[in-house]
Each structure stands twice: as C-alpha cells, then as structure tokens.
Design a protein around this ligand. Structure first.
Ligand SMILES: [Zn+2]
Length: 212
C-alpha cells in the first residue's frame, strides 16, 4: 500500500513539474502605459498582457483629479513588482522629464518617457487601431471572426473613449486627434501607450487610419 502511494506521489510530482514547464513556456509579457494628467486631466495607468502575439487589456486605473504624481508612481511600482513589465511607457508631455526621472530613481526598471506630438500621436493611435482591427491569422478580411491582435475583454469605458476620439485629416496629410469638450481621453492614452510598448521592435509600424 505504501509503495503504491509513493509511486503515485512520484508520478504526480513528475506530472506537476511537466505542467509547470509547459506554463513557463507560455508566460505572458506585461507592458504598462501611463498618461499623466495635470490639474484638469486624470492620470491613467493601463496594464497589457501579451502572449503569443495576442495582447489583452488586463487592467486600467484612473486616478482622482489632482492625485500627486508620487502616488501614481507608487502605484506603478506595486504593479511593477507584481508583473515585472518589459516596458513602462509614460507620456511626459507637459509634465516634463522630471516625473520620468523620479520613476527611474524610485527603482522602476524599463521606464521610457515619450513626448506626444502630432506625429507620435498618429503613430501610437494608428498602432492601437491596427492591432484592434487585424486578426491573429492576418487573413486580411476585417470582418472575419478570428480573434483580434489586441483585445479589450471587459472595459466599456475604454471602448467609449476610443469611439469618442475624433480623427481629422489636416492639409499636410497628417491626422489630428481631438476629443469632444467635457470628455476625457486619459484611459485611451494609457491603453494606447501600453499597446505601443508591446509592439515587436522588428515589425515596422504600419498605419492604416481612415478619415471619418
Ligand atoms: Zn481573420
């Protein structure tokens, strides 16, 4: 009887070590996007998990107005310890480099600050749209039923912000982004930055946005 138990224990432990091995081969990579708000804007932090080319919004937090940057940094630090993100991409437009410097000195690894200009906005939102439209099979049919490369599993507020963003073609052929007065786009930018951080560096950013 004891022999049977010990055999069973051995085979179970072999089984679990194989399971652990299989899971280890398919771990998600995590990416953080952070939009820092000023007085009238919210700060938002998004976490995206990516596994086998498919990225999913795992988590989004919007902070109350006038939350000190130190609290936002503290929160990202907690996220960072838990998920060990590959990159933390922060919009430093208007707040200056010092917030990103503070993040680095708070011990956050892989922090990168970004200035949102007309051109970088176009690239980042273009990448988000592309990942939301294209399917994992890359079959080319935008109406197919394949899963999309970026998925927002639950958050209706994020989807609403994405739909509110207006795209306007300028005379010089660029796309200008704006959102209606009284609305915010902080969550959109948190998500867009996290998704942009998750892009494969070898894949050229391909932009396909149509004027609407
Ligand atoms: Zn497809």
């Amino acid at each position: 009887m004891r022999a049977i138990f010990s055999r069973l224990k051995r085979s179970l432990s072999r089984f679990f070590s194989r399971v652990r091995f299989a899971i280890a081969g398919e771990v998600s990579q995590y990416f953080v996007g952070c939009d820092l708000g000023k007085k009238v804007d919210y700060s938002a932090v998004a976490l995206v998990a990516k596994r086998a080319k498919v990225a999913k919004l795992t988590f989004i937090k919007r902070f109350p107005l006038e939350t000190p940057y130190a609290s936002v940094i503290g929160f990202i630090k907690i996220l960072s310890v838990r998920f060990n993100p590959e990159q933390i991409l922060v919009d430093q437009t208007g707040v200056g480099e010092y917030v990103v410097e503070d993040m680095k000195s708070a011990g956050l690894p892989n922090v990168e600050g970004l200035m949102l200009t007309m051109q970088t906005k176009e690239e980042i939102l273009g990448y988000l749209k592309q990942q939301m439209q294209n399917c994992v099979e890359q079959c080319g049919n935008q109406k197919c039923n394949h899963p999309r490369l970026f998925q927002i599993p639950y958050d209706n507020e994020v989807i609403a912000e994405i739909n509110l963003e207006k795209f306007e073609l300028t005379k010089d052929g660029h796309i200008k982004f704006s959102h209606p007065e009284g609305t915010h786009d902080d969550r959109l930018w948190g998500v867009a930055l996290a998704v942009y951080a998750s892009r494969e560096s070898e894949a050229p950013a391909f932009i396909s946005i149509r004027k609407r």
